[in-house]
Design a protein around this ligand. Structure first.
Ligand code: ZN
Length: 414
């Protein structure tokens, strides 16, 4: 389950920490750079696919060979039948999954990033992040699984409805706590020193009617060349966070449009819309999970080593089924995400009236993040949460024409 990393990803999605990985505009990118970007993205996608297939095959072997059940029996021998034994089983499953996925994580998240000069992180620091991730993952998974199995035992028919209901306040709480408690474990946050920039962004926030407590920067450059910006916190703790790489590499106008895009998410209440839609997906997903899990346990319980869903030995089976459900839901979630991203882009253009800086910011992001501005359609529909950069630049061009503003150069396809 890649422990913490997974939770960071989830929390990022919750916070709509916008991954501005779409390039566009008029920063000149030469042919060699383009080829590099294309190769990088194809390799990332292949690795995603390989990782998925490996985890499905390994997961099936682990569950249907009875190995998962024997891990549970070992935990029972060591710590008893009660909550201790159950917790220990969850720890074993998490550790096994973490160790198993480590080589591919290392290849994708370390070797590949270094090969393409996107990262300059050292191995100990990379590993330490993963260990912290594991710790954080266990901190959430152990109580989470204990609660889930208690609910399954108490309400064997309606558990999936109750857990979906419980996930809602938990998600809201995590969104609140993430910037305060979790994010500082992975990055250092401090106030932006450039007073002029802070004033500009506060003025922009005032223009859009958003209350901002502070403008912070995070030391993203410690690990990567990639750049990013997002809003963190809800209510009175709301702050703008800029990657230091963004401050270093982008003009103030470009930073403004990027932050204006994030303001679009705020004004449109995308966090809440995201949580609402996410709850619908959780509802559909957990219904499907319940049906499929019960079918499999009835049919293959002998091989698995248990027929009852309330046995924690079914946790790997549930995770295995969920990864299929997740893949089916992914294109729908991403289609929704691309739709709200387009809306935020329009908001940024409305607020700044600066399509040229929008386009050049996109192009700079593309160059910096080595993103594929024009991915194959299938890749876009399944994997991309943001419209391709080339579409975003075209959108800015269209906006400029409609509003009588200077029209940015089109972006050349890679
Ligand atoms: Zn966005």
């Amino acid at each position: 389950m890649q422990g913490a990393v997974k939770y960071i990803r989830i929390a990022r999605a919750i916070l709509l920490m916008i991954k501005l990985t779409a390039p566009s505009g008029k920063v000149t990118i030469d042919r060699e750079e383009r080829d590099r970007a294309r190769r990088y993205n194809r390799q990332k996608e292949q690795l995603f696919l390989i990782g998925l297939l490996i985890s499905w095959v390994a997961g099936a072997l682990f569950v249907f060979s009875g190995l998962a059940a024997s891990v549970r029996r070992s935990a029972t021998k060591l710590a008893g039948r009660g909550i201790k034994g159950q917790s220990l089983a969850v720890v074993f499953y998490s550790l096994l999954s973490w160790v198993f996925s480590l080589p591919l994580s290392f290849y994708s998240g370390y070797i590949l990033e270094h090969r393409y000069h996107l990262s300059h992180e050292k191995i100990p620091s990379w590993l330490w992040d993963h260990v912290k991730g594991l710790g954080l993952g266990l901190g959430l998974e152990v109580p989470g699984a204990n609660l889930a199995y208690a609910v399954i035992r108490r309400w064997p028919r309606a558990w999936w409805v109750i857990l979906t209901g419980l996930s809602l306040p938990f998600t809201v709480l995590l969104a609140q706590l993430f910037p305060v408690l979790i994010a500082p474990l992975f990055n250092k946050y401090e106030p932006v020193r450039d007073e002029q920039l802070v004033e500009r962004l506060k003025a922009l926030a005032a223009k859009s009617g958003i209350h901002v407590a502070s403008v912070m920067q995070m030391d993203m450059s410690r690990r990567t060349k990639k750049a990013n910006a997002f809003f963190a916190g809800l209510g009175p703790t709301k702050r703008i966070v800029l990657a230091d790489t963004l401050i270093e590499n982008f003009t103030p106008e470009e930073i403004e449009v990027i932050v204006a895009h994030e303001m679009g998410h705020q004004v449109h209440r995308d966090i809440w819309r995201g949580i609402a839609i996410g709850t619908l997906f959780t509802f559909a997903g957990s219904y499907t999970l319940n049906r499929i899990a019960r079918f499999i346990l009835r049919r293959f319980g002998g091989k698995i080593g248990t027929t009852s869903l309330d046995n924690v030995a079914t946790l790997p089976l549930l995770g295995w089924i969920l990864s299929f459900v997740g893949i089916v839901l992914m294109p729908i979630q991403n289609a929704y995400s691309r739709y709200i991203e387009r809306e935020a882009d329009t908001y940024a253009l409305d607020l700044t009236k600066d399509p040229e800086s929008f386009a050049s910011a996109m192009e700079r992001l593309a160059a910096l993040n080595l993103s594929d501005p024009n991915p194959p359609a299938l890749v876009k529909y399944v994997l991309h949460s943001h419209p391709p950069i080339i579409d975003r630049v075209d959108h800015a061009r269209e906006y400029a024409r409609d509003h009588g503003l200077p029209v940015p150069e089109p972006m050349q396809p890679y």
